[in-house]
Design a protein around this ligand. Sequence first.
Ligand code: ADP
Ligand code: MG
Length: 345
Amino acid sequence: MKLSEIGEFGFIDRLSGKFKHLLLPEYLGIGDDCAIMPFNDEEDYVVTTDLLIEDIHFLKDRITPFQLGHKSLAVNLSDIAAMGAKPVGSFLSIGIPSETEVEYLDSFMKGYHELSQKYQVPLLGGDTTKSKKYLTINVGIVGKCRRGKARLRSMAQNDDIVCVTGFLGDSAGGLEVLLHNLPETKDNLKLIQSHHLPEPHINEGLWLAKQSEIHAMIDVSDGISSDLLHILKASGKSAVVDLDKIPVSDKLKRVTLAEGWDLYKLVTSGGEDYVLLCTLKAGSFEPINTGFKATFDRDLIQIGKIIEGEPRINWTKNGEPHILNQHGFDHFNDLATWKSSIKGF
Ligand code: ADP
Ligand code: MG
């Protein structure tokens, strides 16, 4: 059987069950944005790691080394944010072709360092090795949260409101701009920036996790059609999502109209926006949003509702059911079928 037949998540399912019996009590292993390990009576550690490989996740001649350093850390910080945790340290392991310019690596570290500085996350270690051809980057991050208060994918409850913390689709729009070598207009450059310099929603995650009304949480790395489905599978729930309520930036609307893109595909399956998707206790949107707006100067956006049923997303448009034949990104299923074999660069 080929890996492409079971996909990325099929592979993860095959290995996760084998290790469950080794988990100590109160540890959480494979299956969420981070693993959780009790630290003391007050706090838990959360840990995550992500891999970026040249020509799969990025094209070296399209992303600057500064942006690559930023993005390598940002995508990991986003998983810490999804737990509602505070990052406390990172590890950077890197496989480098020997002809790489030292200036390239300095610039990479500048991007990594600036974001580390912003969220006060020291680099605690890592590994450096030679790579024959491709630049390979693995970042691991440790975070902390109040004991038992991390938000899990499995915490969604019936009638919860599904919310996101920011625009969807800009990053996927930026990727389209790059793939089609579109002109460097102001809108196009901003979309590329969303793709190359994603901002992890660390502060939003910390704030949301302090509110008892916030139940499940995940970061949007693969597109909401995939990431919300992770919540639904882990929680054993179904959801209704209104396509008209998905927040789309004006610049993405303008470029989508001009280029004739499929907007719903971009906003549901594009991925790499790294905003947070959370579910919120029925009836509590107003007070939570008032606090969110006072803190972040923008609204939380309601896009749907959790309902009883099989794990699937029921899309609606203009109040009517709408069929979307798409899903979020899966490395092994989608590489063959996507028009580009590159997830992002
Ligand atoms: P995310 O998009 O939030 O980084 P992933 O979809 O990459 O999450 O991974 C889902 C879960 O599977 C996570 O808990 C992750 O730690 C785990 N996982 C992925 N690949 C492996 C692997 N090779 N070995 C062990 N766990 C893995
Ligand atoms: Mg994640």
